[in-house]
Design a protein around this ligand. Structure first.
Ligand SMILES: O=C(O)CCC(=O)C(=O)O
Ligand SMILES: [Fe+2]
Length: 341
């Protein structure tokens, strides 16, 4: 396989393959369509009457307990900003290969553009995706050849998107503190100047879509993840009550899923949902996920506020230790299982 095709599936499919190479062939568990839809949380309701707010907070609390994912509407993000961001991400993936390769994943690193890494050789299977992952915050942790070197229009719209999402994430974390009856200061301090990262996921069309997976089943290692569908192609699925189900998002909603850190913080009351991405035969699919995490001075463990009347079910570790543990494995399954007491 030529080098470019090792880096990019987008290049591989230009060779008009009829069958997918063995390293991508898995046998994904089928999904079963469900009549249920992911809960919808309306941000506007929180600024209306006290009764309406209390009932929306209750809905939020149940969504976090039962689903670990919800769709946030009336989030106040500027439609034209989202429009521009979507256009610029498309343009990035339409760039000639040499341009995209300026950002390719370097040896021993996980940030950059390219296929998801296979950690151990053997017969480990690969995801059908060309992703671009990078740490965006704290700004001092941005790699000089990645974010600062992006094409200017993409960089500017990403910057705008990040600033807006930071406000939404801060508000959501405050809501989590309120729903869990924690001190809001505790969560604010934990996430202040936190580690944030972004992944632009590009899933090329696939000649045998039922044999591959865009992104293996996993829960996010983050505190919170905010996900935006970049084009209108479906493919996001969650495992709910042991069954995979496809998820349809409202076109302008932000999907918010809880990551492992919030599951640990809530001492298991809230759930980080297992999810995956599927691909299809004729359309590319693009999404962008932004991950919000605590800062490197924080500890990851059950909130002391919750331990007054319950035993911890997870260990506490430093954020540094947590991040090293998380990135030393591939994105698959649930990392927090290794933190259970
Ligand atoms: O592409 C998607 O819809 C899912 C992306 C995702 O789960 C991730 O980037 O962690
Ligand atoms: Fe994810």
């Amino acid at each position: 396989m030529a080098d470019s095709q090792q880096i990019s599936i987008q290049e591989l499919i230009k060779t008009k393959i009829k069958e997918v190479p063995l390293k991508y062939v898995i046998d994904p568990e089928p999904a079963i369509p469900s009549e249920f839809s992911v809960p919808i949380i309306d941000m506007k309701t929180f600024s209306s009457s006290a009764d309406a707010k209390a009932s929306e907070l209750q809905k939020f609390h149940s969504a976090c307990k039962e689903w670990g994912i919800f769709q946030l509407v009336n989030h106040g993000l500027d439609g034209s900003l989202l429009e521009k961001l979507r256009r610029e991400i498309h343009e990035f993936y339409a760039l000639p290969l040499e341009e995209r390769l300026r950002y390719k994943i370097r040896a021993g690193e996980f940030e950059g553009y390219g296929q998801n890494l296979i950690q151990n050789s053997g017969d480990q299977k690969a995801d059908w995706t060309d992703r671009f992952y990078m740490i965006t915050n704290p700004i001092r942790r941005r790699k000089a050849h990645l974010f600062p070197e992006l094409p200017k229009p993409l960089r500017e719209s990403l910057e705008g998107f990040i600033t807006e999402l930071q406000k939404v994430a801060k508000w959501l974390l405050g809501l989590i503190a309120e729903a869990l009856e924690m001190d809001v200061k505790e969560i604010e301090e934990m996430f202040e100047d936190g580690m944030q990262s972004v992944r632009m996921n590009y899933y090329p069309p696939c000649p045998e879509p039922d044999k591959v997976i865009g992104l293996m089943p996993h829960s996010d290692g983050s505190g919170l993840t905010i996900l935006l569908q970049v084009n209108a192609v479906e493919g996001f699925q969650i495992k709910k009550d042991g069954i995979w189900m496809p998820v349809k998002f409202l076109p302008e909603a932000l999907a918010v899923n809880l990551g492992d850190i919030v599951e640990v913080l809530s001492n298991g009351l809230y759930k980080s949902i297992e999810h995956r991405a599927t691909v299809n035969s004729d359309k590319e699919r693009i999404s962008i996920a932004m991950f919000f995490n605590p800062n490197f001075e924080a500890n990851v463990g059950p909130s002391p506020a919750l331990l007054a009347n319950q035993k911890p079910i997870f260990k506490t570790m430093s954020m540094e230790e947590y991040v090293n543990g998380f990135f030393s494995r591939r994105l698959q399954g649930k990392f927090l299982d290794s933190m259970r007491i």
